[in-house]
Design a protein around this ligand. Structure first.
Ligand code: DOR
Ligand code: ZN
Length: 352
């Protein structure tokens, strides 16, 4: 018996598209299944001003496959020199959807990020006043904090004080990886939501390190213990409106991952929906996939859910995806969930 699941077309609330040849190679992988995505601004140099965001949005639109109606939702990279007026103007004009906070040094291309939160207080106050959401990479960067603890420490040292100081600021704690983050988000009564990636629902830190180091499972925040993965799976499949999909699909060409000091990032755009359907089915929660992938994020950002629908089909035999996608800059390895996949989005999205 063929099983199908029809959902409103999903959105990806955290996506890296990069630029140039990589942008052209990876954009169709997301535009195929997703209607919209929050586009990360950590280019080199980063997307800091409204002018930068306009130019980047135009490059993304120019790289879209013919006939695609995918909408990039742009973000600005918060720096200690960000001009509050530029942020508010860019948001009010509809150019940007959110601002992204990277603690300096936390991850790929975060060198221009924030070192001292006091320096960005005026921008954050303006954002709170004008309803501009703040997406955050929630990890401290102190050398004396163990990398596996950096998210939990961020909650205590940065996120909680910020939310107490600016309760009207709408915050998205992105790519959460710990039971502590799940607990913190669930305890919040307003203006806090979280995204969870596809890969953090699948891998724990053993996948990364047991039997040899696996660079394609290295991402930031780094995958944690199994008990944390279980907490993420329970939260993602619960239907709770404060949690939604942000794949953090982060392409790096193989040469920069399979090396002595490899980049962080899992490239999941190609098979994300298949993997999510598998995870939600495993958890007995296929009926919650639409909330996670297609409804909760739009509602939190104050946007309408997509009218178009997408159908996922469960095939009797495993479906296959390319191991790598090709790109003039070099091959990019597609995330391997480590189990066969049976679900696949079938055909072009239907409208209505
Ligand atoms: O794994 C990651 N890759 N985490 C991030 O925060 C950044 C991203 C990237 O840009 O490659
Ligand atoms: Zn990211």
């Amino acid at each position: 018996m063929t099983q199908t699941l029809t959902l409103r077309r999903p959105d990806d609330w955290h996506l890296h598209l990069r630029d140039g040849a990589v942008l052209e190679a990876v954009l169709p992988e997301t535009a195929r299944d997703f209607a919209r995505a929050i586009i990360m601004p950590n280019l080199v140099p980063p997307v800091v001003t409204g002018k930068d965001a306009t130019a980047y949005r135009d490059r993304i639109l120019a790289a879209l496959p013919e006939g695609s109606d995918f909408t990039p939702l742009m973000t600005l990279y918060l720096t200690e020199d960000t001009d509050p007026a530029d942020v508010v103007t860019a948001h009010q004009s509809g150019l940007i959807t959110a601002v992204k906070l990277y603690p300096a040094g936390a991850t790929t291309n975060s060198a221009s990020g924030v070192r001292n939160m006091d320096k960005v207080r005026p921008v954050l106050e303006s954002m709170a006043d004008h309803g501009v959401p703040l997406c955050m990479h929630g990890e401290v960067t102190d050398a004396d904090i163990d990398i596996f603890d950096r998210e939990a420490v961020f909650i205590d040292r940065v996120l909680d004080p910020l939310r107490r100081a600016l309760p009207e600021l709408k915050v998205i704690m992105e790519h959460i990886t710990t039971a502590q983050a799940v607990g913190y988000v669930k305890a919040a009564n307003k203006n806090l939501a979280a995204t969870i990636t596809t890969h953090h629902l699948v891998i724990n830190r053993n996948h990364l390190l047991v039997g040899g180091i696996r660079p394609h499972y290295y991402c930031l925040p780094v995958a944690k213990r199994e008990e944390h993965r279980q907490a993420l799976r329970a939260f993602a499949t619960s239907g709770d409106k404060r949690v939604f999909l942000g794949t953090d699909s982060a392409p790096h060409v193989d040469a920069t991952k399979e090396t002595g000091c490899g980049c962080a990032g899992c490239f999941t755009a190609t098979n994300t929906l298949s993997i999510l359907a598998h995870v939600f089915e495993d958890e007995g929660a296929l009926d919650q996939l639409e909330a996670f992938a297609s409804l909760n994020g739009a509602a939190y950002y104050g946007l309408h859910p997509n009218a178009a629908k997408i159908t996922l089909t469960r095939h009797p035999d495993p479906v296959s995806y390319p191991e790598k996608i090709t790109c003039p800059a070099g091959p990019i390895t597609v995330f391997d969930p480590g189990f066969p996949l049976y679900w696949r989005a079938s055909g072009p999205p239907s409208s209505g």
